[in-house]
Design a protein around this ligand. Sequence first.
Ligand code: 1CP
Length: 345
Amino acid sequence: MSPSKSIFLKALNREILPTAPIWYMRQAGRYMPEYRAIRKKFSNFMDMCKNPEVCCELALQPLNAYELDAAILFSDILTVPDALGMEVNFIEGKGPIFNNPINTANDIFNLPIFDPENVSYVFEAVSNIKNAIHEDIPLIGFTGSPWTLAAYSIEGQSSKNFNKTIGFLKEQPHAMETLLTMLTDACFIYLRKQVQSGADVVQIFDSWANLLNEKEIESISHKYIKNLIQYLKQDSITKDIPIILFSRDPKCSSNSLIETKADCLSLYSTMVNFEKELTYGRVAIQGNLNPKILLESRNIIKDETYKILSKYKDYPGYIFNLGHGITPDINPDNVKYLTDIVREF
Ligand code: 1CP
């Protein structure tokens, strides 16, 4: 890697750049015909994640289509609960289903210690992708946040409001702390191994931060994200690796996110009044076009994109991205158009 050449790494290092680096959350996925052609060979999405050659091919698809400034590991955040024995499968039309979700406090106390050997397929995918991409293109590794992984582990499936998880949080606060601590340790080992295998940057997805109120987000999510970031910053292997934090629609102040010590905050689409002045010089920013805008006309796409680019044009460390992942209904031609107009700005 020649770091001096990557505008993505420069932005993470809070440099002001003439053109914003670009990558997209969920840049590989069902909206791409190339992805669907491979996906149809697997009935269970997790089996695809466990195939490092296929993961490599999938990670390269969006780079080949749009010449993006960063690659992201093709995998999923649910590999970690799967490795803890919860047996995650994806059922067509239902999403992820856990065979052994957490139902009781005892289930937490009986969880095995996270063994990275159980996810060796992820580290193999990281090294395959790293070997396949151009040396100037950084590779992003990732994990779910401890809270987001805990929510799936207890709910055992996806949900709109995660009622079982919220009930468990109220009834079993101590067991919940144990689970969050175990997951924090697992995430640290998981990311450290991804870095050892070739990841240049890591992103933490706090995709269910929106379920927590302002007080809970501190004690249930940010406390553990802070610990995780501290472990990464203190470790000889991971200390210089930039960390991006994505928090979905969080009910907290900008300061609370900055205090996690993430190097870059990935802003959700609703975070339009995020206090730029407060974050200026303290943290890089990534985001935050609403992915739904990509379903609109090209004029609207351009107007909305240029509003965001104008806002951040002199910001030290700005990366163009969406406020959340690309959805399957988006036309790949619009992703190409978006990438072109960001570069033309
Ligand atoms: O049916 C299919 O083809 C599977 C769709 C799919 C894909 C392409 C899933 C199932 N996961 C992924 C890949 C994936 N997941 C990536 C790598 C691809 C890329 O970014 O290019 C990443 C980074 C993730 C991360 C992930 N998985 C998150 C965090 C990001 C976010 O969107 O907030 C979450 C919440 C998941 C869980 C998950 N995996 C898949 C689905 C459909 C879901 C969401 C389930 C739910 O609705 O709760």
